[in-house]
Design a protein around this ligand. Structure first.
Ligand code: CMC
Length: 440
């Protein structure tokens, strides 16, 4: 049975009827557990010889998924049904990872077993360290991440057969475990310090901070307030349904590519300033604004149609209400700044005032532009001690679990096919080749 027929069979009785040039096509409407219904257009081409056209996927559900739900109008984000604020307030990042990967919150025994499995895979093959020395010291760490994570498939051949469930599981654990190690190595390399090996007695986030900020010549103790904040930031970024990088991972994976290569593709996509790069851009913007009295000038520029400037950290393709992650990030930002003794940080003052002004401005109200998670994350990450180039890398560590969960869901779907979009062709019609010496 084809995918289209299978979907026809499982759809609700209600159909949408589309009329094209007097011919009609009946398209099944499918219902999810939450969110808008979808018109299943898989049979449209067969029935009418037409494609649908939706370049930015603004009205297109690219897949069926049970992992994450967003209601952008209400500002709701659920991982496997659990609200993001509940998970971030009280849960641990590895608990969220377990939830995203396996569908349920772990029992204590399951959590301990999962944490141990992760801890025992945090080291990377010793030869991988030589990879780093091939990069310039001033390389952007995201460039290093794309290369080194992609290279994992050259080191761990025994977990690249995607048809084998045990290898898929092993690749998932390895990705989750090694990502912080690789990220910390990229950071250490960029500042010319020796790599710090992972410590199994530390939890996921504390271990990451230790690998970033410890040095071999003196003891270093991770501040529990900071490791808790790091953990919460990872939870907030863990998954976000079919965003650009996740869709990239799914598309790359749909051809049967190995998971390490797919995650590397996701990292490349995340790097863009409209996606994961926005936290860096938001902090840069807040620093450029500098003082509260300059805010009106920047608000005016953001509203000016002839000026390409946008308020970074504002607006979202899906959230047309306050990004629920931004609220928790704002709170975490205050906690971290207090803990590091920067409670009166001038950038935070600018951010709070800018948020206040924008939220009361007709332009932003009408366009439903609210702060997104990136508005406060840059200030927070800087206070944790990271340079701006590392911000997107931290996002990549957190999002790895979402990418893996979505990739696994796709591979384990028996009706999965290669992703192969079509196009509206507007180029030249067929014409004959002209030899070079005859061209005018
Ligand atoms: N500042 C000023 N105006 C804005 C902004 C902004 N940040 N964002 C959108 N607009 C305006 C835009 O000019 C347009 O106006 P008009 O209808 O008059 O042409 C309208 O709002 C709709 O914008 P859009 O670009 O069509 O919306 P989109 O859904 O394609 O873009 C976005 C979403 C996130 C790319 C965009 O809001 C943006 O560029 N924001 C700044 C970058 C940013 O913070 N990105 C992080 C996203 S959250 C992280 C993640 O989940 O990956």
């Amino acid at each position: 049975m084809s995918i289209a027929e299978q979907y026809d069979a499982s759809s609700d009785a209600k159909d949408a009827r589309l009329n094209i040039d007097g011919e009609s096509a009946d398209l099944p409407i499918r219902k999810g557990t939450l969110g808008p219904d979808v018109v299943d257009v898989t049979s449209l081409y067969r029935q009418t010889n037409n494609f649908t056209f939706d370049p930015g996927f603004t009205s297109t559900a690219s897949c069926e998924s049970k992992i994450t739900f967003i209601d952008g109008d209400e500002g709701v984000l659920l991982y496997r049904g659990y609200p993001i604020d509940q998970l971030a307030e009280t849960g641990k990042f590895l608990e969220t990872c377990y939830l995203l990967l396996y569908g349920e919150l772990p029992t204590k025994a399951q959590f301990d077993d999962f944490s141990t499995r992760i801890a025992y895979h945090t080291m990377v093959h010793e030869q991988m360290s030589q990879f780093f020395t091939g990069f310039r010291r001033d390389a952007h760490p995201m460039a290093v991440m794309v290369g080194v994570v992609g290279a994992l498939s050259a080191f761990y051949h025994d977990s690249t057969d995607i048809r084998d469930p045990e290898q898929r599981e092993m690749a998932s654990i390895r990705m989750l475990a090694k990502m912080p190690t690789i990220a910390a190595m990229a950071y250490k390399y960029s500042i010319g310090q020796p790599f710090i090996y992972p410590q199994n007695h530390l939890d996921y986030s504390a271990n990451f901070l230790n690998m970033c900020f410890a040095v071999p010549c003196e003891p270093y103790k991770v501040d529990p307030v900071l490791s808790r904040a790091m953990d919460r930031i990872f939870i907030l970024h863990a998954d976000h349904e079919q965003n650009a990088s996740t869709s990239t991972v799914r598309l790359a994976g749909s051809s049967g590519a190995n998971p390490f290569a797919c995650i590397s593709a996701g990292i490349a996509c995340l790097w863009g300033p409209a996606h994961g790069g926005a936290n860096e851009a938001a902090l840069t913007m807040l620093q450029r604004i500098g003082t509260v009295d300059r805010i009106p000038e920047f608000i005016a520029r953001a509203k000016d149609k002839n000026d390409p400037f946008r308020l970074m950290g504002f607006g979202h393709r899906v959230y047309k209400n306050y990004d629920p992650r931004a609220k928790i990030m704002q709170k975490t930002c205050h906690e971290v700044l207090e803990a590091v003794g920067h409670g009166d940080d001038p950038t935070l003052k600018v951010a709070l005032e800018l948020e206040h002004i924008a939220l009361n401005d007709d332009y932003f109200i009408e366009k439903k532009l609210y702060p997104n998670i990136d508005f406060y994350s840059g200030i927070t990450l800087r206070a944790l001690g990271f340079p701006t180039e590392m911000f997107t890398v931290l996002f990549a560590i957190a999002r790895t679990v979402g990418w893996i969960a979505q990739w696994k869901e796709m591979i384990e779907d028996p009706y999965q096919r290669i992703g192969r979009p079509r196009q509206l062709y507007t180029g030249p019609t067929e014409r004959s080749y002209i030899p070079m010496d005859e061209r005018g």
